[in-house]
Design a protein around this ligand. Structure first.
Ligand code: SF4
Length: 506
């Protein structure tokens, strides 16, 4: 078995889905290889960049090695201006690589002006014309070499983001043209979303042999005729990743304590729309396992990848800290109103918390079923600041419940509390297809293709996407206090690099 992670996704840590699959295969002593074509492909492009005439590109190539080193040794995280210059230079090399072909590659995205990952026809074209893919020379050589000494029955691709889909299909096209006997299995977050929203499992017949939706471990083992054990006995395996390659300050350990979401009530949440099942590992076991894995992998930081870390897990980590700093997504809970609790979180190694506040209008929060009181949020942000925990706040504009007044309330909230917010993600609402919360909504059309995950809709108060975008760009982002927060945002790497800035400050 070979497991492949295709380009492009943010290259800061190994893909957790493949680490989990590798752990399950190891538990059953099934031999397998892992190829992170994302991180390896990014290095390949950087090292094969064309000499360019413009001064910026020349300088970017000249400084590349030093810039990469300065990410890995942490030197850049003390100064956001130096960091931005270095990151934009690295990105420049990727960006110019295939621009003439209409393909834009960045450190976090892959777009092709002629092909959309939301159209099955375009994905099939990407597979047919695999030689046109900018990574072709790299992945064909890498995989041919691997397959010259390896004869697997299955190759699995983990496709989590739209930015991976076109390259994933090009890789599949290459494999199907040259190794017809190998069965192709695909899974991962994006595949799960497509299947849960009605994609036919035979849509890619001839290219894909098995589509896996949901947790991949048991499906994969069943394909290999192995009876899966209870999910609690499996743990991720990081042995086969080239840890030194990832663009982070030290090795970042991705670790999931759950799948799905323990809350699962927020209106229009894709997790709810997809009906993903919530599976939680035992909190007391997690803390012990983490300590062992951290020691084995010599991790500098743990990225807890859950949609929302359960309060019981936070309690277990406080009781039994994992010997490394950590960060992740949480929902604001009652306990955080207590400053002592936040200080204990900090003492457990918590560097930064990602928090979905979405709106500062209590009526919008109530109708969204966020289970969040904005007054509590204010108190908690203050406690986290005093405790020395960084905050990465997520805001969402344009939900069907919003009015102009709600936008203003959110803006006033951020202005008033700007000194408590370290980083901020601002998003425009997308309406998931198949959402169970669609009463009273008039739907218009699919966004772009037959694999669209979202639908256009008529906003009850007329706040269409264009109107919301204009508010964000022309009003919200122009406020001096808000601009200060936005200017701190690490380009491309966003929340994956934000904890390093918090660490550098303390
Ligand atoms: S907490 Fe996050 S993942 Fe959970 S239901 Fe709400 S929006 Fe969805």
């Amino acid at each position: 078995m070979i497991l492949i992670y295709p380009p492009i996704s943010i290259p800061t840590e190994p893909p957790i889905g493949i680490a989990n699959l590798s752990g399950a295969l190891k538990k059953h002593s099934i031999s397998h290889e892992i190829v992170d074509l994302n991180i390896e492909g990014i290095y390949w492009l950087l090292n094969n960049a064309y000499p360019s005439e413009d001064i910026w590109s020349k300088r970017a190539i000249k400084n590349m090695e030093k810039n990469i080193q300065n990410i890995k040794n942490g030197a850049l995280f003390k100064n956001i201006s130096r960091y931005k210059k270095a990151v934009y230079e690295i990105n420049r090399i990727l960006e110019i690589y295939a621009l003439k072909k209409g393909i834009k590659i960045t450190l976090s995205d892959y777009t092709d002006k002629n092909l959309s990952p939301l159209r099955s026809k375009d994905l099939i074209d990407s597979a047919k014309n695999f030689k046109e893919n900018p990574f072709y020379n790299f992945f064909s050589e890498r995989l041919s070499f691997l397959l010259s000494s390896n004869s697997p029955d299955f190759i699995g691709l983990s496709i989590n983001y739209l930015s991976q889909a076109l390259c994933a299909f090009a890789i599949i096209g290459f494999l199907k043209s040259n190794y017809r006997h190998i069965k192709i299995v695909v899974g991962g977050g994006l595949i799960n979303s497509w299947v849960k929203r009605g994609m036919k499992k035979d849509l890619f017949n001839g290219l894909i042999d098995h589509i896996v939706a949901g947790q991949g471990e048991s499906h994969l083992l069943s394909l290999l005729n192995v009876k899966p054990l209870h999910h609690s006995v499996y743990e991720p395996n990081y042995e086969r990743f080239k840890k030194e390659l990832y663009l982070s300050y030290g090795f970042v350990l991705p670790y999931s304590t759950s799948t799905g979401c323990y809350w699962a009530r927020c209106s229009f949440c894709p997790e709810r729309a997809e009906g993903n099942v919530y599976i939680q590992k035992k909190p007391e076991v997690i803390a012990q396992k983490l300590t062992r894995i951290v020691n084995e992998t010599k991790s500098s930081l743990i990225h807890i990848t859950d949609n929302a870390i359960h309060p019981y897990v936070l309690d277990a980590i406080i009781k039994n800290p994992p010997c490394a700093l950590w960060y992740g997504f949480v929902r604001i809970n009652k306990e955080m109103e207590d400053l002592d609790y936040c200080i204990k979180l900090k003492q457990s190694g918590c560097v930064m918390l990602k928090i979905g506040i979405e709106s500062a209008d209590q009526d919008v929060l109530r109708r969204m079923k966020k289970g969040l009181n904005i007054e509590t949020a204010k108190k908690v942000l203050k406690n986290l600041k005093i405790a020395g925990i960084g905050t990465y706040i997520y805001l969402l504009f344009g939900t069907p419940f919003e009015t102009d007044k709600s936008h203003k309330k959110t803006m006033d909230f951020v202005i008033e509390h700007h000194d408590l917010i370290d980083f901020m993600n601002i998003a425009i609402f997308n309406m998931p297809i198949n959402t169970p919360d669609n009463r009273d909504i008039i739907f218009k059309s699919f966004y772009e293709g037959d694999l669209s995950l979202y639908m256009d809709f008529e906003h009850p108060k007329g706040l269409n996407r264009l109107y919301v975008r204009r508010f964000i760009e022309k009003t919200f982002k122009k406020q001096t206090e808000i601009k200060t927060i936005i200017d701190r945002q690490p380009p491309f790497f966003t929340s994956n690099h934000a904890p390093f800035f918090v660490m550098a400050k303390s």
